[in-house]
Design a protein around this ligand. Structure first.
Ligand SMILES: *[C@@H]1O[C@H](CO)[C@@H](O)[C@H](O)[C@H]1NC(C)=O
Ligand SMILES: *[C@@H]1O[C@H](CO)[C@@H](O)[C@H](O)[C@H]1NC(C)=O
Ligand SMILES: *[C@@H]1O[C@H](CO)[C@@H](O)[C@H](O)[C@H]1NC(C)=O
Ligand SMILES: *[C@@H]1O[C@H](CO)[C@@H](O)[C@H](O)[C@H]1NC(C)=O
Ligand SMILES: *[C@@H]1O[C@H](CO)[C@@H](O)[C@H](O)[C@H]1NC(C)=O
Ligand SMILES: *[C@@H]1O[C@H](CO)[C@@H](O)[C@H](O)[C@H]1NC(C)=O
Length: 370
C-alpha cells in the first residue's frame, strides 16, 4: 500500500470528490447543528453503553435485549433505544459507535466510551471512568495524527473543541456500595466518586473540551433489582414503594455533583457545564406512572418470579427460565436495572425540554457556540 502513482492518486481524489455530495450533504442538510457536523463524546456505564461492553469484552448481549427497536441484539441493555440514542436522534446524527469497535466504525459524529458495569472507583480497571478518559485522550491524539496524514471521516481539532462531552456515571458506585457498606459508610465514600468525575472533566477541559452535559443519577431505590434483594442493608419504603436509603444516597451524590458543576463553572474559562436532573425525571415517571401509560412502575418486564417485582438475581433477563412481558411500553423497568425503550424515550424527551437542566440550556446548545 506504500506506492501510489500519479494517476491513482488523481483517481483517488476524484472518487472522493464524487462521493462528497453523496456522503456529506445529507448530513449537513438535515443536521440540527447549525450546518456543523455534531460531535458527541460520551462517558459512562450501561445507561449509555451502545455496544462497548459487547465489543470490549467479547460478551454478546443477547435477545430479548433489543427486541422492540433493533429486532435483534443491539448490544444495549434494554429492549430498544437508550436515552443517548434518542438524544443523538434529536441532532439528526448517527448513533454513537463504541470506541472499541474494530469493524467499520463510524467516528464522524464522535465516539462512545461508556461501558456497562463501569464505575468511578476503583481506578485503573477496565473500564473505570479514568480509563475511559485515557482512551479518549488516545482517541483524540490518534484522530488528529491520522487526519494530518490524510485520513478522512474522523473528528478534527475544531470538532473536538466544539464537541459535546456527555457523562452519566455513579450508579454502579452507589449500588455496589449497598452490598457491603452501611449507609453512613456509603455517604462517606461519595466525595471520592465525585473526585473522579471532577478529574475526568478537568482532563477533557485541559485537552480542549468546553461543552459538557452531566447527568445525575436516578432513584436507585426504585430499581426492582435493589427492591428484591432484601439482604442488603436498606430499609424503609417511600409512598411509591421505593427504598428510602438508596434514594437518599443518590440524592446526596446528586447534590454533590450539582455543587461540583457549579464549582467547575467558576473555574473553567469559556466552558459550559450543564447539569441534568435525571433523578427528578425518573422519580416523576415512577410516582406518576399511570399518567405516562405505565401499568407496572416497579415490576420488571424481562425477569423471573412474578409480582411484586418479577426479579430474581439467579434468573435475570436472557438467562434460562426468564419470562417476558407482552408489552414493554407498559413497564418502566426492562430487566431490574435498565429501563425499557418506552421509559427511555420519555426520559429523553424531558431532557430535551431543558426543564431539568442547570443552566436551562437545550441539548443542542453546543451547536451554537464557536
Ligand atoms: C432532521 O432530519 C429529518 C429527516 O432527514 C428532517 O425532516 C428534519 O427537518 C431534520 N431536522 C432538523 C431540525 O434539521
Ligand atoms: C447496616 O446499617 C447500619 C446503619 O444504617 C449499620 O449500623 C450496620 O452496621 C449495617 N450493617 C451491615 C451489615 O453493614
Ligand atoms: C476564551 O474565549 C475567548 C474568545 O473566544 C478566547 O479569546 C480566549 O482565549 C478563551 N480563553 C480560554 C482560557 O480558552
Ligand atoms: C407527579 O405529577 C405532579 C403533577 O404534574 C407533580 O406535581 C409531582 O411533582 C409529580 N411527582 C413527582 C414525585 O415527581
Ligand atoms: C439464588 O440462588 C442461591 C443459591 O442457589 C439461593 O441460595 C438463593 O436463595 C437464590 N435466590 C433467590 C432470590 O431465589
Ligand atoms: C417544561 O416546562 C414548561 C413550562 O413550565 C411546560 O409547559 C412543559 O410542559 C414542560 N415540558 C416537559 C417535558 O416537562
Amino acid at each position: 500500500m506504500g506506492h501510489k502513482g500519479g494517476a491513482s492518486l488523481l483517481l483517488h481524489q476524484y472518487l472522493i470528490f464524487l462521493s462528497f455530495p453523496v456522503i456529506f450533504l445529507p448530513l449537513f442538510a438535515h443536521s440540527q447543528c447549525n450546518g456543523r457536523n455534531p460531535v458527541v463524546l460520551n462517558f459512562g456505564d450501561s445507561n449509555s453503553d451502545t455496544g462497548g461492553f459487547a465489543v470490549g469484552l467479547g460478551l454478546p448481549i443477547r435477545p430479548p435485549n433489543g427486541r422492540t427497536f433493533f429486532h435483534g441484539s443491539s448490544n444495549r441493555l434494554s429492549d430498544g433505544r437508550l436515552v443517548i440514542d434518542f438524544l443523538c436522534e434529536s441532532l439528526n446524527m448517527s448513533y454513537l459507535t463504541p470506541y472499541l469497535e474494530s469493524l467499520e466504525p463510524n467516528f464522524r459524529n464522535g465516539a462512545n466510551f461508556a461501558i456497562s458495569g463501569s464505575s468511578t472507583l476503583p481506578k485503573f480497571v477496565p473500564f473505570s471512568l479514568d480509563i475511559q478518559v485515557l482512551q479518549f485522550l488516545r482517541f483524540q491524539a490518534r484522530s488528529l495524527q491520522l487526519l494530518s496524514q490524510g485520513s478522512r471521516g474522523l473528528v478534527d481539532e475544531e470538532g473536538f473543541r466544539n464537541a459535546l462531552y456527555t457523562l452519566d456515571i455513579g450508579q454502579n458506585d452507589l449500588v455496589a456500595s449497598f452490598t457491603y457498606l452501611s449507609y453512613a459508610e456509603i455517604i462517606k465514600r461519595i466525595p471520592s466518586f465525585l473526585e473522579e468525575i471532577k478529574s475526568a472533566i478537568w482532563s477533557i477541559y485541559l485537552h480542549g473540551g468546553k461543552n459538557f452535559w452531566i447527568h445525575n443519577t436516578g432513584p436507585l431505590g426504585c430499581l426492582p433489582q435493589m427492591l428484591s434483594i432484601t439482604s442488603r442493608n436498606v430499609s424503609g419504603l417511600d409512598p411509591y414503594g421505593c427504598l428510602q436509603s438508596p434514594n437518599d444516597a443518590a440524592k446526596v451524590f446528586n447534590e454533590g455533583l450539582r455543587a461540583l458543576c457549579e464549582e467547575l463553572r467558576s473555574q473553567m474559562k469559556n466552558a459550559t457545564i450543564v447539569y441534568v436532573d435525571i433523578y427528578s425525571i425518573k422519580y416523576d415517571l415512577i410516582a406518576n406512572s399511570t399518567k405516562y401509560g405505565f401499568q407496572h412502575p416497579l415490576m420488571v418486564c424481562c425477569g423471573y418470579g412474578g409480582p411484586p417485582y418479577n426479579f430474581n438475581p439467579n434468573v435475570t433477563c436472557g438467562q434460562t427460565g426468564y419470562n417476558i412481558c407482552e408489552e414493554g411500553s407498559k413497564y418502566i423497568s426492562w430487566d431490574g436495572t435498565h429501563y425499557t425503550e418506552a421509559a427511555n424515550e420519555i426520559v429523553a424527551s424531558k431532557i430535551l425540554s431543558a426543564n431539568y437542566s442547570i443552566p436551562n440550556l437545550k441539548f443542542d446548545y453546543f451547536c451554537h457556540t464557536s
